[in-house]
Design a protein around this ligand. Structure first.
Ligand code: LLP
Length: 438
C-alpha cells in the first residue's frame, strides 16, 4: 500500500527510500513509517465524514502509536487526539498539541492524571465510571474548572474479533452498561453537577472489525438511548462518539471495507434515527488508531540463524521478535512478509519466521512462502504501524528499535534506537551492595 514498490534493483522501496539502504544506514530491526500514507489515511476519514455528514470530528487513538513527530502530523491533518494516560497527555503536550483538541479516555484514571488533564487545559473527558465522576467533580470544585463530559457506554454489541480486543459487550471492564439503569444514573449525575457540561456519549465496540453491521447496530442502540435521554431529561445529546475499530489488511485473506463504506453506513443510520425520533442530529466523532498508522509502516529485520529440521520445519530467525511485535504471541495475529533485498525471486521455500527471544512462542510468522534465504538477507514485515512499537518491551534486555519516517526519498529518525545504556538508566544499586562489590 501507499508509496511501496519494488525498484529496479529488485529491492523493496517505501517513501522513495530503498529498504536495503535504510537497513544499512539505520540498522535493524527498524520501523519504517510512510508519511504520505499516514496523511492519506487521515484525510480519507476526515473527507468521507465531511462528505456524508455536516457535523463531525475525527480524533486519533494515540495508543496505536505515539511519537512527537506523529502528533505533529496528526495535528497538521486536522485530527484531534484520544489519550488514555498521564504519559500520553504529557507526550501530546510536549508535541505542542492543542489541549482543546485532546480527549482523555481510560477506565481507571487516577486523581493525579485527572488533575494533570485539568491543569493542562484539557476539558474533554470521557468518563468511564462513577468513581471517576466523583473524583472529577471534586477536582473541578477545588480547581474552579468546568469540564465537558462524554459518558462511555457499553452498548452490548458483540463484534467478531479476537476476544482480547472486543470491548463493547456487556461483560466488559469498560464503561457504563445500559442495563440496570446505570447509564441513566450516570447521565443524571452529570446533569446535576454544576461544573459538568453534558457533552455526549461515547462507545467503542472493539478493534480490527471488518463488517459495517456491528457499527450499524451500535448506532441504533446508542440513538435509542439518546431518544430516551431526550424523553426523560429533555436534553439533546450533542456528541455521539462511536470509537475506533476499523479493520486493516495484514494478510491477503483480510477483507476490510473501504473507509467510505463504514462511514456511509454509520452516517446513514444516525440520520435515519435522528429523523425517526425527531432529534437534533448529534455531532459524530470517530477515533481510529489502527486505520491511521497500521498499514503505513513496515518492520525491517536482518535474517540470522536458519535451522532446517528436514521434513518438519525450517526456522528462519530474525534480529527482533515479540519485543517489537507481541501481536502474534498475544492474538495469534498473522503477517505478510517479503525479502526486501530480493523481492521478485521465485518463492520456493516454506519457512517459519522466529524471533530472538527466549520463548518458544516468540514466532512472528508460521509458514510463509519465501525465496531461498541466507543469513544477512533483510526481511520486511508489513502493516506493523499500530500496536507494535507502542506495545514493545525490553524483554531479554533487547533495546527497542528505531523508527524512521520516510517521505519523497528522505528518511528521518523520529524515535532513536535504544542503547544498552538506556537499559540501565533506571537501575539503582543500593549503597550496601555497592560496598560489597568494591
Ligand atoms: N477508542 C477506544 C476507546 C479504544 O479503546 C480503542 C482501542 C480505539 C479507539 C482505537 O481502536 P482502533 O481504531 O485502533 O482499532 N492492542 C490491540 C488493539 C487494542 C485496541 C484497544 N483500544 C491489537 O494490537 O490489536
Amino acid at each position: 500500500p501507499g508509496t511501496m514498490k519494488i525498484n529496479e534493483k529488485n529491492h523493496l522501496e517505501i517513501g522513495g527510500c530503498d529498504c536495503v539502504e535504510l537497513a544499512k544506514t539505520f540498522g535493524t530491526p527498524l520501523f519504517v513509517m510512510d508519511e504520505t500514507l499516514i496523511r492519506q489515511n487521515c484525510r480519507s476519514y476526515i473527507n468521507s465524514l465531511e462528505k456524508h455528514y455536516q457535523n463531525s470530528e475525527v480524533i486519533y487513538a494515540s495508543k496505536a502509536f505515539s511519537s512527537l513527530a506523529l502528533y505533529k502530523i496528526i495535528e497538521e491533518e486536522g485530527l484531534g487526539l484520544d489519550v488514555v494516560s498521564g504519559g500520553e497527555i504529557f507526550m501530546a503536550l510536549e508535541a505542542g498539541f492543542p489541549p482543546e483538541k485532546i480527549y482523555f479516555h481510560g477506565n481507571n484514571k487516577s486523581y493525579d492524571e485527572l488533575k494533570l488533564a485539568l491543569e493542562s487545559g484539557i476539558t474533554k473527558i470521557i468518563v468511564d465510571n462513577f468513581l471517576e465522576l466523583d473524583m472529577l467533580n471534586e477536582l473541578c470544585r477545588e480547581m474552579h474548572k468546568n469540564v465537558n463530559i462524554l459518558l462511555r457506554i457499553t452498548p452490548g454489541i458483540e463484534a467478531h474479533t479476537h476476544h482480547y480486543i472486543r470491548t463493547g459487550q456487556i461483560d466488559s471492564k469498560f464503561g457504563f452498561p445500559l442495563e440496570n439503569g446505570q447509564g441513566f444514573l450516570a447521565v443524571e449525575k452529570v446533569l446535576k453537577m454544576k461544573r459538568f457540561r453534558f457533552a455526549g456519549l461515547h462507545c467503542h465496540i472493539g478493534s480490527q472489525i471488518f463488517d459495517k453491521e456491528p457499527f450499524e447496530h451500535t448506532v441504533s442502540t446508542m440513538m435509542d438511548f439518546i431518544r430516551q435521554i431526550k424523553d426523560r431529561y429533555n436534553t439533546d445529546v450533542k456528541v455521539l462518539n462511536l470509537g475506533g475499530g476499523f479493520g486493516i489488511k495484514y494478510i491477503d485473506t483480510d477483507k476490510p471495507r473501504h473507509v467510505e463504506d463504514y462511514i456511509e453506513a454509520i452516517t446513514k443510520k444516525v440520520n435515519f434515527y435522528s429523523k425517526k425520533y425527531n432529534l437534533v442530529p448529534p455531532k459524530i466523532m470517530l477515533e481510529p488508531g489502527r486505520a491511521i498508522v497500521g498499514d503505513a509502516c513496515i518492520t525491517l529485520y536482518t535474517i540470522g540463524a536458519i535451522k532446517d529440521i528436514p521434513g518438519i520445519r525450517k526456522y528462519v530467525s530474525v534480529d527482533g521478535g515479540m519485543t517489537d511485535n507481541i501481536r502474534p504471541a498475544l492474538y495469534q495475529a498473522k503477517y505478510h512478509a517479503m525479502i526486501a533485498n530480493n523481492c521478485k525471486a521465485e518463492k520456493k521455500e516454506l519457512v517459519s519466521i522466529a524471533g530472538k527471544c527466549c520463548e518458544s512462542g516468540d514466532m512472528l510468522i508460521w509458514d510463509i512462502e519465501l525465496p531461498k534465504v541466507s543469513p544477512g538477507d533483510y526481511l520486511a514485515v508489513f502493516s506493523t504501524g499500530a500496536y507494535h512499537y507502542s506495545m514493545s518491551s525490553n524483554y531479554n534486555k533487547i533495546p527497542r528499535p528505531a523508527v524512521v519516517l520516510v517521505s519523497e526519498g528522505q528518511a528521518e529518525i523520529i524515535i532513536k534506537r535504544e542503547t544498552y545504556k538506556d537499559l540501565v538508566k533506571n537501575d539503582v544499586i543500593p549503597k550496601r551492595l555497592k560496598n560489597k562489590s568494591t
